[in-house]
Design a protein around this ligand. Sequence first.
Ligand code: EPU
Length: 422
Amino acid sequence: MTRFYVTGGARLSGTVTISGSKNAALPAMAAALLTDETVRLTNVPKIGDVDTLAEILRSLGADVAQIDDNTWEITAADITTAVTNDLASRLRASILLLGPLLARHHSIRLPHPGGCVIGKRPVGTHFEALRGLGAEIVAEDGVYIGTTNGLTGAALYLDEVSVTATENAVMAAALASGTTTIRPAALEPHVVNLCEMLVAMGANIEGIGTHTITVHGVEKLRGVTHRVVSDEIETGTYAVAAAITGGELTLLNAPLDLDPILYKLRAMGVEAEQDGDRVTVRRGEELVGTKLQVDTWPRFPTDLQPQFGALMTQAKGKSSIHEWMYESRLKYTESLAAMGADVTVINPHQVVIHGPTPLTASVIDSPDLRSGIAFVLAALVADGESTINHAQLILRGYGGLVEKLTALGATIRQEEAVEAIV
Ligand code: EPU
């Protein structure tokens, strides 16, 4: 187990370089399975989830090389399609192998994927989409077995505007025969980034960035050099770090589309200016409470909800959060309350936070990646030294977190701890 020790009180200042997006890098790595040629990915974040997916791709026989910190090359010339249990259980995003393996290799054996424990996260939409394209998928003892004689384009209706189900459907449809429409498609920046990569590989896709994507299948896709879009969630997280500590940060290599995030920061009294890929953030006169409802892009992303929850504890007046997507993604507010926050839980999907309240340091278990980073943010303003257990979950999505925060003036250290066996 990794443990963070964070001492509150420092105002963060300086410049931080935003990394590539986790949720864009993972589908891009999976898409490399759609071709036997080499795919070169740049701006890849240095995070645990990328290492895990690289290990899965290697276990399938792909040649996976890390060229430097942020550049990877994947060649999937000759691969098998059976994913082992232990690897799939470490990464929810292993579900992204379904589309590419069925499309190019006509089979897959995928144990039920693991990942952050934030709610039910059903995978039915993925199967409906792939069955719609002609795949047969059965579940045997917690393992999904998929086969097809070749996918055929179809009009797909998705019950949920699901990010990874849209990505699976687009990847599968790219090599299916005929035309596929996907509706309603997700349009998160990482979905757009994947579609752009597929087009550069030779796919024929229309309606990118809209709720109706049309894919005209092609016989073969080629290798590509693709830049992973920068991470809007990491950008929002450092913006909150500036605001919550009363500091001022310049964020470099930021993604261009940050509207829902900058809008909500400004609604809370944060001064945030964007000039291309450079964003400056400082706390304004006073932080004020706001109403936040998560939704699919371009509305406010669930992956930033806990970080904003931490910020709300320092904002004047009433804030409210409505998190309809995940049933366990507000549980972190109980730990914020233990640190001194004024939190009223309405139900598992809704809380009210009144602020500002001083926070005191605490010992907190990080249940998942985004709650964990919210605790780091709260600890940055808490009185004393907080201990955050299971911080390895935070490092799944935040590359170089300790180094980056330290360079901005935070007091944070990381330690590997041996867990007691009970
Ligand atoms: N859902 C609905 N209705 C909808 C949309 C979603 O019920 O219209 C439900 C889904 O059933 C699912 C949940 O909400 O259980 C999340 O939706 P989605 O299927 O879009 O999630 P995902 O594709 O499994 C990706 C990200 C998550 C992020 C969600 C939502 C990747 C690899 N993962 O997951 O990222 O929370 O989209 O934006 O792209 C994270 O980075 O911390 C993370 C969990």
